[in-house]
Design a protein around this ligand. Structure first.
Ligand SMILES: NC(=O)c1ccc[n+]([C@@H]2O[C@H](COP(=O)([O-])OP(=O)(O)OC[C@H]3O[C@@H](n4cnc5c(N)ncnc54)[C@H](O)[C@@H]3O)[C@@H](O)[C@H]2O)c1
Ligand SMILES: N[C@H](CO)Cc1c[nH]c[nH+]1
Ligand SMILES: [Zn+2]
Length: 427
């Protein structure tokens, strides 16, 4: 099942190796290029054709109507609605503390400078819906946008049954404050959001995960619109010592593996006996899993277990890997937090499975993958805010600055820049 690697082998296979960063191949890219061009040229007509072709939905309007949104509430179990509302409260509370307001950096009689914080006007949220529905992803994407003050949040997701979107996605959208929902999936959704059609107004930024077609489309429209990130397959790295419980560790490795055949679950363990027990437990638990096939493929092809001498060695490998999720299941786990340099989100102690973060705890579950946690962060309120700097100088302040500005302008041989200062001080 999960293969064991020496530290050296692990470094070669997962860190030094030039892992493919783009989660799509050139065939997918070509298909998506064609779809995007078609949508730019033919608008709604093309969107409808692809929606019929890929999702089996043929409809005059792809908008989820007010009536459909109201009816959805009758089709979702009360306990699911309660859980969504409770999760939404936690996500809102966590993200509300990320909010920053415009700030003044300097304020004297002669100089005022600062930063204006302004929300994006229109944001598109892609919610995957090909193989499964993810209401948690609706909350994770829409709540930070709403808190940031985005004026219009437009969500798209495919109608899996060829008719309607899953009611639970519509209910989650209502709870999170989504304004408009369209029954569109894949690259045609990304194209419609990026370029606009007769029915759909273009947005300023597109966020949310999706399959290879969605990822390829997001990479191609970037520049015309903003995007959050290109999400690759999910990952978890778990650091454990002899205090860990094999059934807990195994369950968490499997929880990530059941997402996708390409998901990556890594174990770093200081105890040989515990490592062996955990791998046995993984085998046993997989047998009971409805998504056994996906998890087994993922664990066998993409998983790795590494025996380390010390916890510090485990952190050194994990920091080089920069995983999407890191779990620390050791004694005094909180004390190790300071050793984390690169990871999307960290889950600390024996009673904090990553699943609690996927749904409920408050931090965002849209996180950097395949090593990109070295230079980027998970989705947050900041993704929906633009920061504009401003400066005011009095004549006196300009006079003080003039010699320096003119010197630097001359150094760069930009006489026009120097003149823009001089001309104001000549009389
Ligand atoms: N990182 C996260 O937070 C997170 C959360 C939820 C899901 N995910 C990931 O999102 C992905 C969801 O994938 P999915 O497929 O279930 O749903 P999806 O909604 O991303 O993709 C479905 C769409 O793909 C398009 N498509 C399918 N086959 C096509 C083809 N041959 N040519 C052109 N377009 C085609 C169709 O338009 C269809 O509507 C999974 O990999 C899952 O692990 C990630
Ligand atoms: N673990 C996923 C991100 O890697 C998010 C998710 C959604 N639902 C369940 N899990
Ligand atoms: Zn998950």
């Amino acid at each position: 099942m999960i293969r064991q690697y020496s530290q050296k082998e692990f470094k070669e296979a997962f860190i030094a190796a030039k892992t493919k960063k783009q989660p799509f191949d050139s065939d997918v890219l070509q298909t998506v290029k064609h779809i995007l061009d078609d949508i730019r040229n033919r608008g709604d007509e093309a969107v409808k054709e692809y929606t019929k072709k890929f999702d089996g939905l043929a409809a005059a309007s792809l908008l989820v109507s007010k009536k459909e949104r109201e009816n959805a509430w009758n089709d979702v179990a009360p306990e699911v609605i309660t859980a969504l509302k409770k999760a939404a409260d936690n996500i809102r509370s966590f993200h509300s503390k990320q909010l920053q307001t415009s700030r003044v950096m300097e304020m004297t009689d002669d100089i005022v400078s600062g930063q204006l914080f302004r929300p994006l006007e229109r944001v598109g949220i892609y919610v995957p819906g090909g193989k499964a529905s993810y209401p948690s992803t609706v909350l994770m994407n829409a709540i930070p946008a709403k808190l940031a003050g985005v004026k219009k949040i437009v969500m798209t997701t495919p109608a899996r049954d060829g008719k309607n979107i899953p009611p639970v996605l519509s209910v989650a959208a209502d709870i999170a404050g989504v304004d408009t929902i369209y029954k569109i999936g894949g690259s045609q959704a990304i194209g419609a959001l990026a370029y606009g059609t007769e029915q759909i107004e273009a947005v300023d930024k597109i966020v949310g995960p999706g399959n290879a077609y969605v990822a390829a489309a997001k990479s191609l429209v970037f520049g015309d619109v903003g995007i959050d990130m290109i999400a690759g397959p999910s990952e978890v790295a778990i650091i454990v010592d002899e205090s860990a419980h094999p059934p807990y560790v195994a369950a968490d490795l499997i929880a990530q593996a059941e997402h996708d055949e390409k998901a990556r679950s890594f174990l770093f363990c200081t105890s040989k006996a515990l490592l062996a027990k955990t791998l046995e437990e993984v085998k046993r638990q997989c047998e009971e899993l409805p998504r056994k096939d996906i998890a087994e493929i993922s664990l066998a092809n993409e998983g790795a277990a590494v025996l380390v001498d010390t916890i510090d060695e485990a952190f050194s490998l994990v920091n080089a890997l920069a995983p999407e999720h890191l779990e620390i299941q050791t004694k005094n786990a909180l004390h190790h937090l300071s050793k984390v340099k690169n990871a999307g989100s960290v889950f600390i102690g024996h009673h904090t499975p990553e699943a609690v973060g996927d749904y409920f705890a408050g931090p965002n579950h849209v996180l950097p993958t395949v090593g990109t946690a070295r230079f980027s962060s998970g989705l947050s309120v900041d993704d929906f805010i633009k920061k504009t700097t401003y400066v005011y100088y009095s004549e006196n302040a300009l006079r003080q600055a003039a010699p320096y500005v003119e010197t630097l302008a001359q150094e760069e041989e930009l006489d026009g820049h120097a003149r823009a200062v001089k001309v104001r001080l000549e009389q």
